[in-house]
Design a protein around this ligand. Sequence first.
Ligand code: SAM
Ligand code: SF4
Ligand code: SF4
Length: 339
Amino acid sequence: MARDAWGRPLRNLRISVTDRCNLRCQYCMPEEEYGWLPRDEILQFEEIDRLVGVFTGLGVDKVRLTGGEPLLRRDLPRLVRLLAARPALRDIALTTNGVLLGAEAPALRAAGLHRVTVSLDTLRPARFAALTRRTSHAQVLEGIAAVPRAGFTGTKLDTVVIRGVNDDELNDLVEFARTVPAEVRFIEYMDVGGATRWSREQVVSRAEMLDRLARRYGPIEPVIEESSAPADRFRLPDGTVFGIIASTTAPFCADCDRSRLTADGMWYLCLYALRGTDLRKPLRAGASEDALRELIRDRWQGRRDRGAEERLALRDRSPLIQIARLKEDPHLEMHTRGG
Ligand code: SAM
Ligand code: SF4
Ligand code: SF4
């Protein structure tokens, strides 16, 4: 198993299958216009699968398909089927905004997908429209309902909590998640990629979220577990479990075993990394499996990234990347990198 300069294993690969999206979330894609990755540079499913084979040889046993909106990629179940045939993968998950999930959930399940995470920031249709600049809220709720119907368990709902936007819905989302059933995870607003309007004041910290939930539900206990999952899990007095991903105020870089592959085959060692490694070029030039493995091992062994911790140490913190720079390189966008 490959280990980086801090001894962190290479275990978790997030694969962005497209940079396109059918929503325009204010914290991810706030601008009017975007430059897109050229279509002929997008990896074919067989190419993604081949790279995954190289990664599993170095210790990766968990993959997450994401985007952009991964369900915009035509015939995604075919990629799932290729990956599900790899016994080294213990976990194949999907992160989606849910808009197209109602139609796709059964085929994804049949193809061998293990788990689904749906991003859901609000239960209020008008608020959803303001936040995403699209009116597909009902479709998202239908998509969520389709997940247990298709036979999935271990479902998660991810909510980015933003002060003054949706921070009054924590309790409602806990209640809603119970009915799905799913585990809700509240994510601190991060200053990554396209979050060009981020400000520290809009971040609701884990401590504040716990405080608010405790006022409604009573004493909250942490769930004790050994894992490198980025969520801290907590239990309400009635046994309901929820998560908080404190990536902004209490980052977890020391245990980070995640890296990211973009739809055009750039590999990033950190969500905040400004530069990545082009894997498409050697792949298409016919590099052998051994050569690709050595390239990936070499990069991982040199990894010292701890982007969120470095951001936390900044006194004067404004969005990581300004809009002009984002326009020059779409790889810096969260919707390209996959979140
Ligand atoms: N489109 C899919 C979706 O929304 O689930 C997958 C890609 S999206 C980039 C993955 C996750 O990143 C989503 O849960 C989204 O809420 C999260 N995200 C995007 N921008 C963020 C930000 N500035 N802070 C925290 N999370 C963010
Ligand atoms: Fe929203 Fe996900 Fe699309 Fe970003 S990629 S705009 S978070 S739906
Ligand atoms: Fe991992 Fe980078 Fe996120 Fe830290 S900031 S947890 S190193 S991806």
